[in-house]
Each structure stands twice: as C-alpha cells, then as structure tokens.
Design a protein. Sequence first.
Length: 207
Amino acid sequence: MTSTQAIAPSVSESSNCSSSPGRVQRLPLALLYAAIENFPDGLLILSAAGDILHKNRCASRLMQQFNDRCQPVRALPQRVWNICRTLQTRLSADPDGSLILEEKLSDVSERDIRVRVQWLDPATYATPCFIITLEDCQRSAACTARSEAQRYGFTPRETEVWQLRQSHLTYRQIAARLHISIDTVKKHVTNVNAKRSQAVWGDGVMG
C-alpha cells in the first residue's frame, strides 16, 4: 500500500471561473452529474461510517467484480473499506496530514483493480467523507496498448501481446492466452520494443 501527499483546492480556486471580480460561476448539477457518471474510472463517495453516498456506473460494475457470493451485490467490498480504515488510523496519528492511500487488489476474476482513497477534510468541506477511485488495470493497459499501437505501427498481434505484457502477464501466460508459442511471444515483444526504440530515436534526431 502506498501513500502520496494530496493538495485539495479551495472552493474559490475550484469554482471561481468568472472574469468578474466577486462572482462565482457554478457548474450546472446536470453537467457535474454527467461528468461523474462518464468518468473512466469507478468513483465512490463514502461517509465516515462507510455508507455509500454516491457511486458512478463504473464503480457499480467494479464493485460487483469485487464482491463474492457471500456479500450483497451493492455492498462496499470489505477490502476497500479496510483501506479506508487504514487511512483513518494514519490521519488520527497525523491529523494535519493530507494523504492518498493506493493499493492494487484482485477481483474474483483475478483482474487487478487499483484502489485510491482520499479523505476530504471536514475543515475544508461541509461533509467529511472518503473519495475512492477504482481503476481497472486491464482496461488501462488495453488503452495504453491501443494508443502505442497507433503511434508506433504495431500489427494486430503485436498489439494483443503488448496489451497482455502491460498487464504484467509472463511470456508463458501470454502464449497460453493467445494459443501461440513462447518463442512467438518473445518475437512479438522484440518487434514492439524495436518499433518503440526506433520512434524514440527518430524523435530525438528530429528534435
């Protein structure tokens, strides 16, 4: 579990977008709600007691992947709540600290989910609560692989192999997943690294 320092913006910094002095421009609630619902990662807002105040669609989906059959579908996964409790303990020892705890967990399908938890200080915000983001690491790896495939000109098979490598699968696991030999996997990874290195070298020459 890792922790990083977080800086929370003041209300005036985050909401004062008007050019006229003394005026505060507020986002329409419908626009704010749409932004939260379409956020690419899962977003959860919890009360200090662990009650779910809000969750977007992605969070609902990822929570279902976390929970086993012994837990209600809508329940907060215990492992996520454990991270929140750890953050509470650290903040009680250092109340002036502003931390984000991060941990990578595996769901019931052994997909990695990166969990980040931040406590919103009641001195800054009206309602003290936890803000939790849930990142599907496999989805993020796929997005990175597709982006690099377009940039560096990977073949479709190289893209598949690179996506799985971004998800930290071994050569043997990739070979089994794609029904190819380990030597073929190594060849594709070598080609990918060569294309990436060539592009970086070319950018350096052009620069």
